[in-house]
Design a protein around this ligand. Structure first.
Ligand SMILES: [Zn+2]
Length: 299
């Protein structure tokens, strides 16, 4: 039984304590970092709740980027866009990931090319581990052109069995449509060209060596003579053996800033749409139910 004299004070103390705790929780929610590796384990459940189970897996690779950009260009650029996008619309951003497809640059120094089997296994186990930790919506944010077949294939392969999460794929690099940006000729803007160089001028300016940009050629050698629509794995080497496509000399920090903003805005809008998506997991489950008994599927 409470003491009638102290009871009002206890209630006041309780209200104060509750108020402080609520304010503390609100403050913690507002200040939660977006980076998985910067979160405390004690805050992780609140971060998952705030993200509504939506997490980003920015994917780059370690490969030569012309004679003038760092090997980690794709990792650096895609992470910067993903982190900015997640700061606009909260989502948790998985740590540095560079286990992508890059066989075509094996002849260049510093390239790290994991086997095809391992690329799929690491990606699957990473997605599984993200989902086990509450990321039921995993967005692969692609920062590397050589992954453009791998990632949709991985997403398709998610239908091989029932899962309690959905994999989405989106681009980590979108070009701005601002007038000062659209003046750049697209021909000069391939791998390690104007866009990527301008983006690194924003993300890690101290790593850009413009004095080396013209020491190698980014011209398309067009060494294969095959009809349009016929694909070979050697196509990239046949065109750009220096692992440089285009001409970085027109790169400017302003272009990088515009593209980074466009990319972050695009990622934020993808996060919003994915958070609102109530259909994909329901359809995945419905599909798996039917796939277990295909003869019962109405014909
Ligand atoms: Zn790149």
């Amino acid at each position: 039984m409470s003491n009638p004299l102290t009871a009002p004070f206890s209630r006041l103390a309780l209200r104060l304590a509750f108020g402080l705790a609520t304010a503390g929780a609100a403050w913690a929610q507002a200040s939660l970092p977006v980076r998985w590796d910067e979160l405390l384990a004690t805050d992780f459940p609140a971060a998952i709740q705030k993200a509504q189970g939506t997490c980003l897996l920015p994917i780059g690779v370690i490969e030569k980027h012309g004679p003038h950009l760092p090997l980690g260009t794709d990792v650096i650029n895609v992470r910067q866009a993903a982190i900015r996008g997640a700061e606009l619309e909260y989502a948790i951003v998985f740590p540095e990931y560079y286990f992508g497809q890059i066989f075509e640059a094996r002849h260049q120094p510093g390239t790290v090319a994991y086997s095809a089997r391992l690329q799929l296994e690491v990606l699957q186990e990473t997605a599984d581990e993200m989902a086990r930790n509450g990321c039921k919506k995993v967005i692969l944010v692609n920062g590397h052109g050589g992954n453009s077949h791998l990632l949709p294939y991985f997403a398709q392969s998610q239908l091989d069995r029932q899962r309690d999460y959905v994999v989405y794929v989106c681009s980590g690099g979108v070009r701005s449509t601002a007038p000062e940006r659209t003046r750049t000729p697209p021909a000069a803007d391939g791998h390690a060209g104007v866009s990527e160089t301008s983006r690194v001028m924003v993300s890690r300016p101290e790593l850009v060596r413009m004095d080396r940009a013209e020491s190698q050629s980014g011209a398309d050698l067009k060494r294969q003579d095959l009809p349009q629509g016929v694909f070979t794995g050697i196509f990239w080497y046949s065109r750009f053996p220096e692992h440089y496509a285009g001409d970085a000399s027109g790169a400017q920090r302003l272009i990088g800033e515009l593209d980074l903003k466009a990319s972050a805005d695009n990622i934020a809008s993808v996060i919003r749409s994915v958070k609102a998506d109530r259909v994909s997991l329901r359809l995945q489950n419905e599909f798996q139910e039917k796939a277990r008994r295909p003869l019962e599927t109405k014909q």
